[in-house]
Design a protein around this ligand. Structure first.
Ligand SMILES: Nc1ncnc2c1ncn2[C@@H]1O[C@H](COP(=O)(O)OP(=O)(O)OP(=O)(O)O)[C@@H](O)[C@H]1O
Ligand SMILES: [Mg+2]
Length: 380
């Protein structure tokens, strides 16, 4: 459920961004996708909440129709292609699609908790890009590769967006599925194009999201892609242009071992679930500028939502808002979100990450750090 709500939000954001760029075809595609996910949410809800999801999805469809008409006027031949093939296709030299033109509004301070993660990223990503001359003075390499890993919905993608929002560098935002291509050799070519594009800039960050889809353990199909990635990242830290590859995955154990060695995605950062303070901050972030009753206590909700991921918390807030919204829709009087709305929302939203799966990440981290130590000792 939280996955569906996330997907809906992602498509809405992408639609808005495309609209800002006057790319009506792309905006149409993402708006219809958002409507689709809206209808799925309605299917999984009941009563007035389901009704408000349906109304929202219908509204999105109405917007989509207008966008389609605008897109058709814009570029008759090419528009049709992007509508039917979807904007996720990486064919046809859509390199500009990978590079973020508009900075996201998120900043690292919007990411709740994760203090160690933010600190490490400040040191390894933000500072080198802001003050390359100081790193040069001390002959400390910049660039390289970082892998963020951890259970779903705890802010890996959000952190990457926030980094893009902070940096004055070209930022390439690529979901692995966007460069994957079913034709033999095409994925490798897409990877090459992507790195070529990124290297054209003196300073760039290449964010590869859900990288396990691309660089999984080498089976028959993946051998070429992994090998290509290894050769593209060879000498990453020594490259004259400052290229930093930031990758994210929720399945670190499925990545090819060679990909996560030093020199490639050699720095590993665990992005875990939020603690109570972070949960409170995520609630506050999601409840900005909305009407609330005086009894609503973020602190109490945070205390009562142990084991919830960041995305679960975001969905909890979304649900609570929708309960109040549905009330206002039904009788017309101004409503505010109350503690009862959160209690009702909590009945619907359950933690999406189990303790058992958290243990899997810890074991992977422990196994990794002992094998890293063994490697270091071998080098001595
Ligand atoms: N630490 C956090 N601070 C603020 N919001 C958060 C945080 N963690 C998660 N969220 C909220 O949850 C949503 C989902 O998080 P995000 O997509 O970054 O998770 P992820 O770790 O990339 O998950 P996946 O492994 O499924 O890709 C975010 O858009 C944000 O609303
Ligand atoms: Mg993600």
């Amino acid at each position: 459920m939280s996955f569906i709500a996330d997907k809906k939000r992602e498509h809405e954001a992408a639609a808005e961004k495309a609209l800002g760029n006057k790319d009506y075809a792309k905006s149409f595609f993402h708006t219809t996708k958002a409507a689709e996910f809206g209808f799925s949410l309605a299917e999984q809800s009941d009563g007035k909440v389901a009704q408000s999801y349906i109304e929202d999805a219908n509204e999105l469809l109405a917007i989509a129709l207008k966008l389609k008409a605008k897109a058709a006027k814009q570029q008759p031949e090419t528009t049709q292609k992007s509508i039917t093939e979807s904007s996720d296709s990486a064919e046809g030299g859509e390199k500009s699609q990978w590079e973020l033109k508009n900075k996201p509004s998120e900043k690292l301070d919007d990411v709740a908790g994760l203090d160690d993660v933010k600190q490490e990223l400040r040191e390894k990503v933000i500072e080198p890009f802001l003050h390359p001359e100081i790193y040069e003075r001390f002959k400390v390499n910049i660039g390289g590769g970082i892998l963020m890993y951890g259970p779903p919905g705890n802010g890996k993608t959000f952190v990457a967006k926030a980094i893009a929002g902070e940096l004055d560098a070209a930022f390439f935002n690529v979901n692995a599925s966007q460069i994957k291509n079913k034709y033999v050799g095409e994925t490798e070519k897409n990877l090459q194009r992507l790195f070529d594009e990124a290297r054209k800039h003196p300073k760039s960050v290449l964010f590869l999201d859900e990288v396990d889809h691309l660089l999984g353990k080498r089976g028959n199909k993946k051998v070429g892609v992994v090998t290509q990635f290894l050769s593209l990242t060879d000498g990453l830290v020594k490259n004259t242009n400052c290229l930093l590859v930031l990758a994210a995955t929720n399945k670190p154990w499925s990545l090819d071992e060679a990909v996560i060695r030093p020199g490639r995605l050699g720095t590993h950062i665990y992005v875990g679930p939020p603690d109570a303070i972070a949960r409170e901050a995520i609630i506050a972030y999601n409840m900005r500028d909305v009407p609330m009753t005086k009894d609503l206590s973020f602190n109490e909700i945070a205390a009562r939502s142990e084991a919830y991921s960041g995305a679960d918390i975001a969905e909890l807030c979304d649900r609570a808002k929708r309960f109040a919204l549905a009330r206002q829709l039904s009788h017309g009087n101004e409503e505010s979100i109350s503690m009862d709305d959160f209690i009702a929302a909590k009945e619907k939203v359950k933690p999406s990450v189990t303790q058992a799966s958290l243990k899997e990440y810890e074991s992977w981290r422990d196994a990794k750090s002992s094998s890293d130590k063994a490697d270091e000792n071998d080098d001595d």
